[in-house]
Write a protein that binds this ligand. Structure first.
Ligand SMILES: Cc1cc2nc3c(=O)[nH]c(=O)nc-3n(C[C@H](O)[C@H](O)[C@H](O)COP(=O)(O)OP(=O)(O)OC[C@H]3O[C@@H](n4cnc5c(N)ncnc54)[C@H](O)[C@@H]3O)c2cc1C
Length: 398
């Protein structure tokens, strides 16, 4: 009998999962999305580990590599690497392209969307805002429901059994790391950055340091795409609009603008280029969060006729785990790969399937929690590097 998989949310993760499942024998995919077009142009990069073909190449990230070895068993890593090799070439080629450079989020979404449509195996599309009630009413015995609706997940709260209304946030653990401005600009020369560059170009910036991410500059042959973050206070965050340009920054946050200008002047002195266009700025809280339950395991074995008592429900991508510092899509993509492998194991008991997924999500959480805390800690030290007392206050050696 064919297994029906309902994927709600066709962002990058829902689309990748659909592309992985659509050619699987005995599986029919139903994909719901509320947006009519893909308009998010922010530049994103995928981690090279997504297309790794060996444990060594999977562990090359300097912060993440040791955690991977500590958290995952060798067999787990081998199985997940073997799965990558089995991904259809049309899809794997796309992943390889994204893992080497930078590209707009909507170009990832459009490419996956077009690939799904171009393949012979049809996917049933539903263009609508899906409510939690809609999602539940889609479910028939044996169906799989995947919530890939992003950070404001449709079903996360619903995974905690209650006879009343679900309690908002009851299933979410959140760690707020900081508030930040994400600043992006184009520069008309090749420009690369390392830890020395971050330090010397910020040397006169005592309060606001612009920190470009290593690997977050990309020269595409004519322009460099530069993205970095500036730490701001909670009060500053509250006083800013969610998105603005360089003019707004200069008028309303002149100290941040001056720091930015000093940093950019440093780049210009070295490479004699110019900023092309304006700065694009968004202000975001940098939160790490996870769903305490990423499946409907708490409902299993329960009584009553709630649709979650007899079904398999999974959170995927930002619905399950969210992380700052530009790592989320890669985690979400790995998440989709793991889920596709689970769905393919047709003889797996429901409880085993949910338990395996929960364990996997928990391990990914440990991994991203440690990496994010380490990045934040390093950033804090960096910001105090010229002030030994402030630096020592942040060092807890034993
Ligand atoms: C400024 C910024 C820069 C970033 N840069 C990076 C980066 O460089 N690298 C990186 O890895 N990550 C980056 N991220 C994070 C990244 O964008 C997210 O991790 C990623 O988009 C999550 O994918 P997703 O598919 O899980 O969820 P989403 O992208 O949020 O997609 C969810 C989809 O579900 C749909 N949906 C939601 N609710 C419903 C509903 N009720 N019914 C039907 N459809 C619904 C939405 O329309 C959407 O298409 C960045 C984020 C920000 C804000």
């Amino acid at each position: 009998m064919s297994m029906r998989v309902h994927v709600v949310g066709a962002g990058p993760v829902g689309l990748l999962l659909t592309a992985l499942l659509q050619s699987m024998d005995g599986c029919s995919v139903h994909l719901s999305e509320k947006r009519h077009e893909y308009t998010r142009t922010r530049m994103v990069q995928l981690a090279p580990y997504l297309v790794a073909d060996s444990v060594e190449s999977y562990r090359t990230d300097s912060i993440d590599g040791d955690s991977v070895e500590a958290i995952f068993d060798p067999l787990e890593l081998e199985e997940s690497l073997a799965y990558r090799q089995s991904i259809a070439p049309d899809l794997f080629t796309l992943l390889q392209g994204w893992a080497v450079g930078f590209c707009p989020l909507n170009s990832i979404e459009r490419s996956l969307n077009d690939l799904i449509d171009a393949r012979g195996h049809s996917v049933e599309r539903i263009a609508a805002v899906v409510t939690a009630e809609d999602a539940m009413s889609m479910l028939e015995p044996g169906d799989v429901l995947v919530d890939s609706t992003g950070s404001r997940s449709l079903l996360r709260d619903q995974l905690i059994p209650t006879s009343d209304e679900p309690v908002a946030g009851a299933n979410t653990l959140t760690v707020r790391l900081e508030y930040a401005l994400v600043i992006t600009f184009l520069y008309g020369q090749p420009y690369d950055c390392n830890e020395y560059c971050k330090y010397y170009k910020n040397i006169d910036n005592t309060r606001y340091k612009f920190i470009p991410m290593v690997n977050r500059t990309h020269y595409d042959g004519s322009v460099s795409h530069v993205t970095g973050i500036v730490n701001i206070s909670a009060e500053e965050y509250e006083a800013m609009p969610s998105r603005f340009d360089g003019g707004w920054l200069r008028e309303n946050a002149p100290d941040v603008a001056r720091s930015m200008d000093r940093f950019i002047d440093g780049i210009k002195r070295e490479t004699q280029g110019e900023i092309l266009g304006d700065l694009e700025i968004v202000r975001i809280p940098l939160d790490l969060y996870r769903a305490r339950n990423a499946t409907n395991r708490q409902w299993l074995g329960g009584h009553g006729d709630h649709p979650f008592v007899h079904s398999r429900v999974f959170l995927a991508g930002d619905s399950a785990i969210g992380s700052p510092y530009f790592q989320s899509i890669s985690l979400g993509f790995e998440n989709a790969m793991f889920l596709a492998r689970l769905v393919a194991q047709r003889d797996l008991a429901v409880r085993d399937m949910l338990d395996r997924y929960e364990l996997y999500i928990y391990k990914q959480w440990l991994r991203v929690y440690m990496r994010s805390k380490m990045i934040k800690h390093n950033k804090d030290l960096f910001e105090s590097v010229d002030d030994p007392h402030a630096l020592l206050d942040k060092l807890h050696i034993y």
